[in-house]
Design a binder for this molecule. Structure first.
Ligand SMILES: NC(=O)c1ccc[n+]([C@@H]2O[C@H](COP(=O)([O-])OP(=O)(O)OC[C@H]3O[C@@H](n4cnc5c(N)ncnc54)[C@H](OP(=O)(O)O)[C@@H]3O)[C@@H](O)[C@H]2O)c1
Length: 334
């Protein structure tokens, strides 16, 4: 069957902030699947901060996207043609199939997922996907929160932060979020059950953090970096743990910027550990199973911001980097 495949390619590398002109939308004829291959019709595309790094020409932990190549990204989709006995038409699969409507795969890079009443296909890109696993690994493998401790989470209303905070609450911690704007802070406290949330775009972050963490900070789940990290380092307790998950405030900077209060790490004997979720591939099945069970049991909430149509992916991606998303940013493709 002949199919037209709409794709978004990387057209140029950002010189400052990402622009829509860094991308281009093209239509290509989808080839027929070969022996052992399947055709996947992507339903949802995940937009994630790591994609910003892949647009640069600089060395990273993962390979960059070449100019003219389909933008990298995870999708969930439906198998619409199969020449591979391990996949049936109508199976739902998750994989890194890129910013495009269709993809041909030999199945080796795909995971079948089970869509249920409580677990729609989209959740496998968010709370039961890479962001959920990231929250789990960072919090439990590195943060190791104990009941009664104080946990602070930055980008608290986002895909990773919203899950990390709820997981910390489930361990009996006092959980304080940091997010941009009153609406996000209200959501984090009223809907997700955090004990407090500080709007870093209003007021005095250092003073409000001191008020919200009267017993200091034992675990800081770091998503942002910059002034927020410096404010937190002023409140950490001895032997605090900092899972260094992301530094989104720094991703568009061309020059490295220093950290002013590094001495706090020394004096407080703080453990700060960077991590990349892909290093925990063996743990994914068990973690996603538990996250799915928690959602099904009503113990874990999530929110999605969904842009409609592949052509709107660049604007939605730029918006997510600027904080226009609440929860997981997705694009609905079909
Ligand atoms: N290590 C890993 O393996 C791994 C895996 C996944 C994600 N991550 C990292 O985890 C972090 C969160 O990712 P996510 O997918 O959950 O994204 P997200 O939080 O859903 O969306 C990004 C959020 O970052 C915040 N932000 C953007 N610029 C900021 C700035 N200058 N200062 C403070 N906050 C800013 C915005 O929220 P506000 O409106 O609240 O500012 C925005 O909504 C990112 O740093 C990402 O790179 C790491």
């Amino acid at each position: 069957m002949s199919r037209t495949n709409m794709q978004i390619l990387l057209a140029s590398r950002p010189t400052d902030g990402v622009q829509e002109s860094n991308f281009c939308l093209v239509a290509n004829e989808l080839p027929s699947p070969g022996d052992g291959e399947i055709v996947v019709k992507n339903q949802y595309l995940s937009l994630d901060p790591y994609m910003r790094g892949r647009m640069n020409a600089t060395k990273s932990y993962a390979s960059l996207v070449a100019l003219g190549e389909v933008m990298v990204g995870e999708t969930v989709g439906i198998v619409v043609e199969s020449q591979n006995p391990q996949f049936q038409v109508h199976d739902t699969v998750r994989g890194s199939l890129g910013w495009q409507q269709y993809a041909i795969s030999d199945g080796s890079n795909l995971t079948k997922v089970m869509v249920t009443e409580h677990l729609p296909a989209s959740v496998y890109l968010g709370a039961v996907g890479m962001p959920g696993v990231t929250a789990w690994v960072g919090l439990f493998e590195i943060g190791k929160p104990q009941s009664g401790e104080t946990v602070v989470i930055s980008a608290a209303s986002g895909a990773v932060g919203s899950i990390a905070g709820q997981l910390a609450k489930s361990k009996g911690c006092r959980v304080v979020g940091i997010a941009g704007g009153k609406a996000k802070c209200d959501y984090v406290v009223d809907e997700l059950g955090f004990d407090a949330c500080i709007d870093y775009k209003a007021g005095n972050l250092v003073e409000e953090l001191a008020q919200a963490t009267p017993d200091g900070i034992d675990v800081y789940f770091e998503n942002v970096g910059g002034e927020i990290l410096e404010a937190v380092l002023g409140r950490v307790n001895t032997f605090a743990r900092i899972p260094l998950c992301g530094l989104i405030s720094r991703y568009s900077e061309s020059q490295p910027v220093g950290l002013r209060n590094l001495t706090s790490l020394l004096f407080n004997r703080v453990t700060l550990q960077g991590f990349i979720v892909g290093d925990y591939a063996d743990a994914w099945p068990a973690i996603t199973r538990q996250l799915g069970q928690m959602i099904t049991a009503g113990q874990l909430k999530y929110h999605e911001t969904i842009a409609e149509g592949l052509e709107h992916a660049p604007a939605a991606f730029i918006g997510m980097l600027k904080g226009q998303n609440l929860g997981k940013q997705l694009v609905k493709l079909a």
